[in-house]
Design a protein around this ligand. Structure first.
Ligand code: NAG
Ligand code: NAG
Length: 415
């Protein structure tokens, strides 16, 4: 494989992750590692076109853009693909909501060819497809009063996605369609759903959930780079960034990554394997397409919260770092735990995880499944894909045959 494509794959793996990792260390030039040399983009310019125009309409599908305001004032971009390319959308097509992971946005569902991309496959199979984009990603960098160039805009973690973004988007789709919704999440998008269900949220509006590369427990994410990254996020990083924007394309983050990659034992070159695991089935053109669109900003606080999950081995709300601050926010010295055993036992769930996924490690998935052991047997579908790693679930060229057809069948089985 050419060094450049190895490099791209490594970049890809990073972004994907949920993590925080690495690399610029090996870059010989001053440009960001995340930006392919041939692409010249002003990252501070607002994107001229939305997701519909750039990634959906070009393939001949109808697509509508919506703005959804959360109850804490963030303005989120949401897309709807109401019918398949052949048309024929009737009034009662079951709605499906797609929720992407961290450091990326909704375009991740649209990177492969139309015949291979989950969003368009669902539309062609009779579903009314809705795509969410969480706060801080390029089309959702808005708020009624806060300015994304200021730290206050970035004062949130995934607790807030559970509390505000997901309920607001779900409520919106529910009102527009008048129907309960099938949910599909990848990576952080699975954690958002599991935490919501554990809190008794969304249950009245969600018909089922398909969770790809499920992330709940992260204590076995034991790659050198991941561990060093996670340690940095619960350690010194907030003094470097404050609790502000984490922009993977910015200088501050690139310098941080350089220092991380200089840590003994951390091999930033073989990042793909080191971080996401060995993705079996990525298409080089798709990877290029990914790099034209991602990674996206998130809040430093969000990554700190994920790193706390790695450190603590439990799924809790954001830890303010000392007992007094926690008491101030929660009335308890420790952050409250999300108890996944409280997920309603009759909620139809489809979980798909990969044997090569370094983030959604099999042992952590086992812990998740253990917390679901009282789930109604006929309501829990678990799929294990030996060769798949983290990115294969949304970009794998074989994903249609291996995963998406199974999701379609799972949803159809509920009607
Ligand atoms: C961030 O939000 C928390 C509440 O979630 C609040 O207590 C804190 O003061 C905020 N910090 C800043 C810098 O706005
Ligand atoms: C890889 O992507 C390109 C561009 O979309 C496409 O033409 C090609 O068929 C894809 N290859 C596979 C194996 O899917």
């Amino acid at each position: 494989m050419a060094p450049n494509s190895l490099f791209n794959l490594a970049v890809l793996s990073f972004c994907y992750l949920i993590l925080f990792s690495p690399y610029q260390a090996l870059g010989s030039s001053t440009r960001s590692l995340f930006v392919p040399a041939e692409i010249n983009i002003d990252f501070n310019a607002p994107p001229p076109l939305g997701l519909c125009a750039t990634a959906v309409s070009i393939h001949g599908y109808k697509c509508q853009e919506f703005d959804v305001q959360t109850d804490d004032g963030y303005i989120l971009s949401v897309q709807r693909i109401p019918e398949g390319r052949a048309g024929g959308g009737g009034p009662n097509r079951p709605p499906v909501l797609l929720q992407h992971g961290v450091l990326v946005d909704g375009v991740t569902w649209l990177l492969n060819s139309p015949q291979q991309s989950l969003a368009l496959i669902l539309a062609d199979n009779g579903f009314d497809v809705w795509i969410s984009n969480i706060r801080g990603t390029r089309f959702s960098r808005r708020h009624v009063s806060l300015d994304p160039s200021k730290p206050q805009y970035w004062n949130w973690s995934w607790d807030d996605l559970v509390l505000h973004d997901l309920p607001s988007v779900t409520e919106f789709v529910f009102r527009q369609t008048g129907q309960k919704i099938h949910y599909v999440g990848h990576s952080l998008g699975t954690l958002m759903a599991l935490a919501s269900f554990a809190e008794g949220k969304l249950i009245d509006k969600i018909r089922s959930a398909a969770l790809l590369s499920p992330i709940a427990y992260l204590s076995h994410m034991n790659t050198a780079l991941g561990v060093v990254g996670a340690r940095a996020f619960v350690g010194e990083i907030t003094t470097m960034f404050g609790l502000a924007e984490f922009n993977p394309k910015g200088d501050a983050v690139n310098n941080f990554l350089k220092s991380l990659c200089a840590t003994p034992g951390v091999d930033c070159f073989d990042l793909l394997t080191a971080l996401t695991g060995k993705n079996c089935c990525l298409n080089a053109s798709t990877v290029d397409n990914f790099l034209k669109n991602e990674p996206q900003s998130t809040s430093t606080k969000n990554l700190v919260h994920l790193a706390q999950t790695v450190r603590d081995g439990v799924l809790s709300k954001y830890d303010y770092g000392n007992a007094n601050f926690n008491v101030e926010h929660y009335g308890e010295s420790k952050p409250p735990v999300y108890d996944l055993r409280k997920i309603p036992h009759d909620l139809p769930l489809f979980l798909s995880y990969g044997g090569q996924d370094a983030l959604s490690d099999g042992r952590d998935v086992a812990t998740l499944l253990d917390s679901l052991k009282l789930h109604d047997v006929d309501k829990l579908h678990v799929q294990y894909i030996k060769d798949y790693a983290h990115a294969d679930f949304i970009m794998g060229v074989t994903a249609k045959d291996v995963v998406y057809n199974q999701i379609v069948a799972f949803f159809r089985g509920l009607h």
